[in-house]
Design a protein around this ligand. Structure first.
Ligand code: 4NP
Length: 177
């Protein structure tokens, strides 16, 4: 977790992006956030996962990849995976894309805490859209729709990432030890 260390330095902030299938929205969020925080020492592990296991092991949807590439974000690779109980301990922030994701994540976190105590799942579970200036803004699932949905999602990911950087990382400056 991003707490003060012995020298007063903060540990890098780790972030897990979550959607349903982990092939459209959360890999896009991960790709955008990775590119916007490249070589930023305030950021630790970045990953993405799905609340469902339908596409486990698959690469991101070609429409996610083409929107990323169209915006100059090349070289992103990911294999879809399901959210694990350990993610709630390993990541400082677990960020859902819509209200269903948030419900599923909150329910999983409550279950882990019930069985293992708060130390088993201390992550902050929130909507990524909370960082867009309007609390609870959802990223609509674009999977069954037209490519347009992916471009709309890309604009949101960029805006939410900026908000996260401004609101969370400003507070996590690494002071030299
Ligand atoms: P994602 O989109 O949650 O943004 O990755 C979806 C991808 C696949 C399915 C649903 C949503 N699906 O039902 O297969």
């Amino acid at each position: 977790m991003a707490a003060d260390g012995p020298s007063g330095a903060r540990k890098p902030v780790s972030v897990l992006f979550v959607c349903l299938g982990n092939i459209c929205r959360s890999p896009m969020a991960e790709g955008v956030f990775r590119s916007m925080t490249k070589s930023d020492t305030r950021v630790g592990t970045i990953d993405s996962a799905g609340t469902g296991a339908y596409h486990e092991g698959s690469s991101p949807d070609p429409r996610t990849m083409s929107v990323l590439e169209e915006n100059g974000e090349n070289g992103y690779q990911h294999e879809a995976r399901k959210v694990r109980n350990s993610d709630f301990k390993d990541f400082d922030y677990v960020l859902g894309m819509d209200a269903d994701n948030l419900d599923d994540l909150s329910r999983q976190q409550r279950r882990i805490i019930k069985n293992g105590g708060v130390h088993a799942a201390p992550a902050k579970v929130m909507m990524f859209g909370d960082f867009g200036g309007r609390k609870g803004e959802e990223v609509i699932d674009p999977y069954y729709g037209a490519r347009d949905g992916f471009s709309i999602a890309y604009e949101q990911m960029t805006r939410f990432s900026k908000g996260f950087i401004d609101q969370v990382l400003q507070d996590a400056d690494i002071t030299p030890s």
